[in-house]
Design a protein around this ligand. Sequence first.
Ligand code: GLA
Length: 689
Amino acid sequence: MLEISDNGRTWLLTGPTSSYAVHLTDADELLHLHWGPRIALADAEALAVRPLPEYWPFESPLDGREEYPVEGGPRFVRPALSVRTEERRGTEWGFERYETEGDELRLRFCDDGLTVTLHYRMRGDVVERWVTLDNQGPALELLRADSATWTLPDREEWRLSQLHGRWGAESRLARAPLTYGEKVIGSRRGHTGHQHLPWVALDTDATEERGEVYGCALGWSGSWRIAVAQLPDARVQITGGAGHDDSGLLRLAPGESFTTPVFAGLWSDGGFGGASRAWHAYQRAYVIPDADQDRPVLFNSWEATEFDISEEQQSLLARRAAAIGVELFVVDDGWFGTRTSDRAGLGDWTPNPDRFPSGLKPLAEYVHALGMQFGIWVEPEMVNPDSELYRAHPEWVQHQTGRKRTEFRNQLVLNLARDDVQEYLWERLDQILSSAPIDYVKWDFNRCFTDAGWPGEPYPQRLWVDHVRALYGLLDRLRAAHPGVAFESCSGGGGRIDLGVLSRTDQVWTSDNTDPLDRLAVQHGFSQLHPARAMAAWVTDSPNAMLNHRASSLRFRFVSAMAGVLGVGGDLTRWTEEELAEAREWVTLYKEIRPVVQRGDQYRLREPRGGLSAVQYALGDETVVFAWLQAQSFGEPVPALRLRALDPTVSYECLETGEIHRGAVLAHHGLRTGLRGDLDATVIRLRRI
Ligand code: GLA
């Protein structure tokens, strides 16, 4: 809901539990008024007439209070907008008008020929903000154009939560007190990065289920930056957008415009758990395509066969996968060009004739005949120097004249900002998807930008932004042309997970680390922002070959992976008959609980910290609890799990044991899991009677 004061200078957006208000002063200063619980327009108007504090000459009363601090004038905070023309630095804007379209509010400001429009839209309790810049004046350089600046209420002692990581160890939650100055997270790598998810949360004293939490998440898959600043008067602002530094985002010629990505903000008073559930609901309703459709159980060949693949051997794996109940069979790397290792073939998107003499069609049809969907791996934005593509077009990669072309994993980054590169990729990918019944594409990105140059282009800097736009454009075009195909975003595991890519992909590859215990921490972090519906998780072989060689039972591996979108990635040709039979049982169970996991509300009952951890999902009358015991020490009893979201006045039947539990007892005294020893795990299903 959007309400506007009679004088047209105070705007109030309201969601189911929260409100957001801004106000334009008589001097055309756009001030933040309120972000928090629902208020009435009269409350916003009362806030609007509160005078700004008076400061000694070394501080600006605007700092920490403006909705979108531009560069220049009486401001000392980090600017959200930084613009240069030949003659001038910064922006001195005047308010032009406001517009509404549906539930979207637009506040339009002008500085000579440059129009800056701030956009606001409420989606549930999530406020979506973005900015458009339209240049009708002389050419200008856009050094920085953040999507939004968020202002927090005056409180003492904020805490900052972030999700940090690296390859094989993504999305881990860190929480620490905020101090004066700025905390900056981001990526200067050209992709979202394994190092930080573009999200922060701020609270003062929240717990998992109680207290106020403010969160912001950026929808951009290139370099980015979020800066959290505690200003000299202790006020806190968060500003973020595309690009890491302020050395130039784009040049806007007369008549050109730029739209920033969305920076979404959420206030919740339901603690960290309530905030996560609101983020999940938002993504399922507004971001992730077809989120009402449950994702199938997949098999992925990577850990089983790596580069050493053939049609016959993949067919054997497919038979085994079908026999345990897998619904989607994905051939990973190695099916194309001369790609028999990571040294060659990337860029040549035609099936390897030695391995797939009649293309992918026979295998795809075989997989379909086994009752499964068929998927492939691609990494379109990259090229091996040892490839037909690179030999034909060495100028198509990002590079600078006379400088080294840095290789990571023996590959270079294609310059997707170029139209000819986009056309090539569109033509190749469209052709592959048309050549065989393909239902799924795992889209990978396995190295960062290093030599982001573009000889001959007058403003090569633009490739940082234009690469991401081209990626989005390709995904959009492929989705439109092949509406039955689902896409997975992968970047060496979780190097490209953000709201931008999630608006065009059906799920993400969470991490190359498939160790089921490490995964609990990764999944705990991931769930702070993203729903289980998007979180791919595979059961692989034991001991875990990829990372830490930990041995774990099939039970532990399945229960860990079943908390997301279940997949299997082990070498099924080496699993025993007993293991295959057990796997089949787990897959059958997963299919029964899948609607609750993928569409239900998630409650983190205990975080993974060494002992017992547990996650609960609830949908309608059904509740599913996943519990993991990392280690039991000193014979200590394993705590009971106090369940959430139950009706205390009714009873619940445990579908495993037939036991009847009182809701009040489960909520207050807890559910006993029966776990013991090391690396034990269980799934408990309850149904309301
Ligand atoms: C990346 C992915 C893996 C696998 C390999 C293939 O590392 O994260 O899952 O697809 O590439 O080369």
